[in-house]
Design a protein around this ligand. Structure first.
Ligand code: ATP
Ligand code: MG
Ligand code: MG
Ligand code: MG
Length: 578
């Protein structure tokens, strides 16, 4: 690639809304340009990087035995009605009508479509197991799109869905995908951790997230300093770094490995911690989909059942206050309905009704004003849960964990780090297949409902996450596998010095022929500007071809992390790049 014939436009001025290093650098390098909130154009430069990530994901998925297909990004409402998710998915679902008034959504995920495909395509257990994947644009109408492509509305995801006759076979493929993800993130050169994700009642080995470690990450993870144990703390998406106090500053502590700080939540909902201490009730509706953040509901009830206002507005956006009546209508005036209630998988808090019913109703009624964010499960340590209220069984199971506490597996103590979720694997079980009447004939000729797993990777988010982890003041420092080019050959004064230009072109041709991914910077910029651009772009190797160098038979070489250049002759240069 010759930069003089390419479209590269680096800029100095970037909008103030860019706060993360990755967002700033993707704008400065011109990798992305914003079209509208959460919508970005990938420039030729950005697309090069995106395609490299995509290629590695595709190669490893293929190696793992998954088979690629491509589903439409627009999905008909009827399929979503079959699983009930048209109503339940929440505000992230972008609903569209065509000219005949038929309803569609822009796919935020594709369980319904793949299950529909499977029920038509798979008749017999002999066709199982199978793992279908696609790399396809998704749309989620995020409450707060931000950080550029990190939390966009339109983004590129690799999503895979596997089908199995038995639970054991699902567990085997889950392990296979887990191992594949480890290979993918290792090849991408990222520092990451696989963490236990919030599975609610499913528990066990049913869901893991892959978190790229970065201080700016939106997720908090607890990990053992003495073992492999790690779990997502599930902090609310809406709690920003600014409003999140360090654990040591909070009076409140948190439940389980999946913990959060109550002070942060109090801040989020706009109540001082003293006032919330007796009165918190959190309902999360989770596990209805693998997209865990769109369909959650939070409600706060006072301990004496006198609800004033539910302040969900403060740090969150344009959400109006819920009135007491709305909350009562939503939840029902159930005596004893107070205290932490857990996910939609049937865990019962101190309420006579199954949580699922309440939570679903609440989700429907509250969806106008409730935050669709990851609402953490939490309770306050030592808290008086109200009159006559038994400590819910689940809470008793949960430990209040802060940094330095023993790890749940008994090995080492817990530390807390921040992460960016770049992948998520999940054992779904038979839920979608059941809802959509997807069956296969088993060995005995009976109709059986297949078990499903699903496995997502945020292809476009990975690009931002990698930059978040690999940059300095001068710009991006790409891990080799993701760099737009491996080598930049920089020509000093190409217009005035034809011999230099010819020598640089010859080197470029030679390196390219030898299989290197090379860019020739023949734009004729002044050296300082040219070098600043190449550093900003994060190209691992820079080779300068100048008149002076040619006289002494050397090139000026500099690795992106080097502090100085080295003069290398032709042979030494090839050896360095090998
Ligand atoms: P998050 O917790 O960050 O909202 P999620 O749990 O909702 O993500 P999944 O449903 O697990 O996301 O989707 C699979 C992957 O898609 C995620 O692990 C993440 O890498 C990516 N992803 C999800 N939402 C976005 C987004 N708004 N922008 C970019 N990538 C995203
Ligand atoms: Mg998540
Ligand atoms: Mg989400
Ligand atoms: Mg997830």
């Amino acid at each position: 690639m010759r930069l003089s014939q390419y479209h590269l436009r680096t800029v100095k001025e970037i909008p103030a809304e860019a706060v993360l290093a990755s967002h700033k650098l993707m704008l400065r390098t011109g990798m992305i340009r914003k079209l509208a909130s959460g919508l970005y154009t990938w420039s030729p430069l950005g697309l090069r990087v995106l395609r490299k990530v995509e290629a590695i994901v595709r190669e490893e998925m293929n190696n793992a035995g998954a088979v690629e297909l491509l589903m439409p990004s627009i999905q008909p409402r009827e399929l979503w009605d079959e699983t009930g998710r048209w109503e339940k998915f929440g505000g992230q679902l972008l609903k569209i009508k065509d000219r005949k008034e038929a309803e569609y959504c822009y796919g935020p995920t594709a369980e319904e479509v793949i299950t529909d495909f499977a029920r038509n395509e798979i008749a017999s257990y002999k066709q199982l197991p199978v793992n279908f994947y696609q790399i396809q644009t998704k749309f989620r109408d995020e409450i707060r799109p931000r950080f550029g492509v990190m939390r966009a509305r339109e983004f590129l995801m690799k999503d895979a869905y596997s089908f199995h006759l038995t639970k054991d076979d699902l567990a085997r493929e889950y392990r296979n995908m887990y191992d594949t993800y480890v290979r993918i993130f290792e090849r991408l050169g990222l520092k990451f951790r696989a963490v236990e994700a919030d599975t609610g009642a499913i528990g066990g080995f049913a869901s893991h997230e892959f978190q790229v470690l970065a201080d700016s990450g939106e997720d908090a993870i607890a990990y053992s300093t003495g073992s492999e144990y790690a779990a997502n703390i599930e902090l609310a998406e809406a709690i920003t770094t600014a409003t999140r106090p360090a654990p040591s500053e909070t009076a409140a502590r948190v439940d389980t490995p999946k913990q959060t700080t109550c002070a942060a939540v109090a801040e989020l909902i706009g109540l001082p911690i003293e006032r919330t201490a007796k009165t918190i009730c959190v309902i999360t509706v989770d596990s209805e989909s693998n997209t865990d953040s769109g369909d959650m509901v939070m409600a706060i009830l006072r301990g004496d059942h006198e609800i004033n206002e539910i302040k969900l507005t403060k740090a969150i956006g344009e959400y109006r206050l819920a009135t007491e009546q709305e909350i009562r209508d939503a939840l029902g005036t159930v005596p004893g309905f107070i205290g932490p209630l857990f996910d939609g998988e049937g865990n019962i808090g101190p309420t006579p009704r199954p949580i699922r019913i309440i939570a679903d109703r609440a989700a429907a009624v509250l969806s106008d004003f409730v935050v669709g964010a990851n609402v953490p499960k939490f309770h306050i340590r030592g808290v008086n849960w109200g009159r006559d209220l038994p400590e819910p069984a689940l809470v008793a199971d949960l430990r209040n964990v802060v940094e330095g506490d023993p790890s749940p597996d008994g090995q080492g103590t817990l530390a807390i780090a921040r992460g960016i979720e770049v992948g998520h694997v999940f054992q779904l079980g038979d839920r979608y297949a059941r809802d959509m009447n997807c069956t296969v004939l088993d060995e005995t000729g009976k109709a059986a409902t297949p078990m499903m797993g699903c496995y997502g990777i945020g292809v476009s988010r990975i690009v931002a996450a990698a930059i978040e982890q690999n940059h300095d003041d001068a710009g991006i420092i790409w891990p080799a596998a993701m760099a737009p080019w491996q080598v930049a050959v920089c020509v000093i004064n190409p217009k005035d010095e034809p011999t230099v230009t010819a020598a640089a072109a010859a080197l470029y041709d030679e390196l390219t022929a030898a299989g290197h991914d090379v860019v020739l910077d023949d734009r004729g910029l002044r050296p300082g500007n040219m070098f600043a651009d190449i550093e900003l772009l994060g190209i691992p190797h820079r080779v300068v071809v100048s008149g002076r160098g040619l006289e002494s038979g050397t090139y000026e070489y500099r690795g992106r992390r080097d502090t100085e250049s080295t003069a290398l002759d032709h042979r030494a240069l090839l050896a360095r790049l090998a």
